[in-house]
Design a protein around this ligand. Structure first.
Ligand code: NAD
Ligand code: MG
Length: 357
């Protein structure tokens, strides 16, 4: 098992990465105020992993309440949040009860927000079971739900006590979901860690085969990069926005194609290729580096060709997503591998060339 610490003063917490963590209650016990937990999960993850986690805790004398929600992004809303509050109230959960999120990013975001708001805040623990949630959503303290008028519009910054990333759970993850998580892994290399990107190029085949050592290394270094960014800019006033590389283009793709048609990671992959294309047109990135970026996504079975939506549609959707500065959308672009910048200092005509796919 490897451990890494997210440094946020009195809100610092450890991330444990390794195998067999779900059945090791000793990792959780020191973080409980009282031997009373509510595990929140969904109908897909419950039959796979709920029993393993519950029984290891019960064996240590912990009272376990189970809250099983329907599965899907469509349920990341206030109705589902109320199901959690109802169960907590019916079971007389107190401020000393710890909520445990067992599942992907949807469960993590919902449970984290429930924890931030129930009785004005109760402790919570993340047990992420998708690659995306292990490398991205469980780190950094963003929690929340969707509103009919926008994704992730209601939420809170709220840090967990602990993250347990058990890599064994990834064995049952559908390959497409695994690839979507790899898109965010590649992103960390591109924005700030050229050595990690080099390493990924060498090890992509083993990563896709879920090689234990390679997987642990990739998750550790992804979390480390995200934790470093978050430690410097917890509330996204500056540098944290770099984590959105490929996302402004990607959100336009997700939105235009209909949410869920392209997975988020797939749209981020194609979106990052668009950011690289514009960076290359600006003379900031070499042809060779653009090829390396495309090959890394292809190695993860991710799409590199964006859909042809037309320039105007792309511009419309992209300006919905991001603040406009001097009439131009601020973008995350590349000034080399491992070096991203937040800028509106690009040529608007060249952006149109990139969008004319
Ligand atoms: P998800 O939670 O929907 O999980 C994907 C699918 O895999 C679901 O059907 C889920 O039930 C299933 N699943 C989960 N673990 C499994 C396992 N081990 N084996 C088999 N199936 C499993 O999707 P996700 O990609 O994990 O997360 C996406 C969500 O995360 C979005 O709502 C997004 O907004 C959010 N997110 C949040 C942050 C943040 O900082 N808080 C960052 C990125 C994404
Ligand atoms: Mg993302």
């Amino acid at each position: 098992m490897q451990t890494l610490k997210v440094e946020l003063a009195n809100r610092s917490y450890p991330i444990h990465i390794g195998r067999h963590l779900l059945s090791d209650a000793s990792l959780i016990l020191p973080h409980l105020k009282r031997k009373h937990v509510a595990i929140v999960t969904n109908t897909t993850v419950a039959p796979l992993y709920l029993d393993q986690l519950s029984s290891s805790l019960k064996a240590e004398g912990v009272t376990v309440i189970q809250i099983i929600l329907p599965d899907g992004e469509a349920y990341k809303n206030s109705e589902t949040l109320n199901i959690i509050y109802d169960a907590l109230l019916q079971n007389r959960c107190e401020r000393s009860t710890t909520l445990i999120a067992l599942g992907g990013g949807v469960i993590g975001d919902l449970t984290g927000y429930a924890a931030a708001t129930y009785l004005r805040g109760v402790p919570f623990i993340q047990v992420p079971t998708t690659l995306l949630s292990q490398v991205d959503s469980s780190v950094g303290g963003k929690t929340g739900i969707n509103h009919p008028l926008g994704k992730n519009m209601i939420g809170a910054f709220y840090q967990p006590q602990l993250v347990l990333a058990d890599i064994d759970t990834l064995q049952t993850l559908p390959p497409r979901e695994f690839s979507a998580g790899v898109a965010e892994v590649i992103k960390y290399g591109l924005i700030r860690d050229a050595d990690f990107f080099d390493w990924l190029e060498t090890n992509m085949t083993s990563l896709m085969q879920l090689d234990e050592q390679v997987l642990s290394y990739a998750i550790y270094h992804s979390c480390q990069n995200k934790a470093d960014v978050v430690a410097k800019d917890e509330h996204e006033q500056g540098e944290r926005a770099l984590l959105n590389l490929g996302h402004t283009f990607g959100h336009a793709i997700e939105n235009a194609m209909g949410y869920g048609v392209w997975l988020h990671g797939e749209a981020v992959a194609a979106g990052t290729v668009m950011a690289a294309d514009l960076s290359q047109r600006m003379g900031w990135l070499s042809d060779h580096d653009v090829t390396r970026i495309k090959s890394s996504f292809e190695g993860a079975n991710l799409p590199i060709k964006p859909p042809s939506l037309g320039v105007e549609k792309y511009l419309d959707l992209m300006s919905l997503d991001k603040k406009v500065e001097n009439g131009k959308i601020r973008l995350i672009l590349q000034q080399g591998i491992g070096k991203s910048v937040i800028t509106s200092d690009y040529d608007a005509e060249k952006l149109k060339e990139t969008l004319a796919v």
